[in-house]
Design a protein around this ligand. Structure first.
Ligand code: PGA
Length: 256
């Protein structure tokens, strides 16, 4: 049975002290809780990965990076490689986020190389994809998502370690969430693609997260959809109160 993954993507936010406070609060919130198959992941800026890794070792929280280089090592000033992330005991790394695609030129081909590097280093990639507003309005959503899947997973042997996040670009940071039905439709499309390309078993085991203005008010309805296995949460993951509330909703749904 798939877990429910509640993952926070801090993007470029929080100072060291704020990060430290956040982790202390989160650890306290979940310390005595039965999680019922809810997996909590936080992806802070890479600068705080040592703090994150220490926190993960003392708690049930998993940590992830927000990006990785497609190279293993060498003269790539400012970059961080998969072997480096692995040496920090990280479990996850986001790849192909729409902000990386938009501002830093990440293409499907680069995303593909990054996924391969992460898998070689035993880190679970959280592979993001999704359509823009113009693409949705032109009824190209399915074509865009299927194209991104083909590009990202070209020649990749699928494994349970890979997580996919459907993040419609028009819903990211805008306060506009895809309705549970809109999200479910695309999550099912992704799962059907996994069945066809790999197998029913792989499709059944792969976690597909929704991302795009998920918050304490809409998380319950989204998580109730059969193909939504959790959330990749930006803005609402920055506030401990909101993030804790969303974790509690996920736990309550699993415990029902
Ligand atoms: P948001 O961001 O929750 O602020 O919309 C989600 C994401 O970009 O991963």
């Amino acid at each position: 049975m798939r877990k429910t993954i509640i993952a926070g993507n801090w993007k470029m936010n929080k100072t060291f002290l704020e990060a430290d406070d956040f982790f202390a609060n989160l650890v306290e919130n979940i310390e005595d809780k039965e999680l019922f198959g809810v997996e909590i992941v936080v992806c802070p800026p890479s600068l705080y990965l040592e703090l994150a890794s220490d926190t993960a070792q003392e708690s049930a929280i998993f940590m992830g990076a927000q990006n990785v280089s497609e190279h293993d090592s060498g003269a790539f000033t400012g970059e961080i490689s998969a072997p480096m992330l692995s040496s920090m005991d990280l479990e996850f790394c986001i790849v192909g986020h729409s902000e990386r695609r938009k501002y830093f030129g990440d293409t499907d081909e680069l995303v593909n190389m990054k996924i391969q590097n992460l898998l070689k280093n035993n880190i679970s990639p959280i592979v993001c994809l999704g359509e823009s507003l113009a693409e949705r309005e032109n009824e190209q959503t399915k074509e865009v998502v299927l194209g991104q899947l083909e590009g990202a997973f070209h020649n990749i042997e699928m494994s349970e370690e890979i997580v996919i996040a459907y993040e419609p670009i028009w819903a990211i940071g805008t306060g506009k969430t895809a309705s549970p039905q809109q999200a479910q439709e695309i999550h099912k499309l992704i799962r059907d693609w996994l069945s066809e390309k790999y197998s029913d078993e792989i499709a059944g085991k792969t976690h597909i997260l929704y991302g795009g203005s998920m918050n304490p008010g809409n998380v319950e309805n989204l998580l109730q959809q059969p193909d939504i296995d959790g959330g990749l949460i930006g803005g609402a993951s920055l506030e401990t109160g909101k993030f804790n509330d969303m974790i509690d909703v996920a736990i309550a749904l699993r415990n029902n």
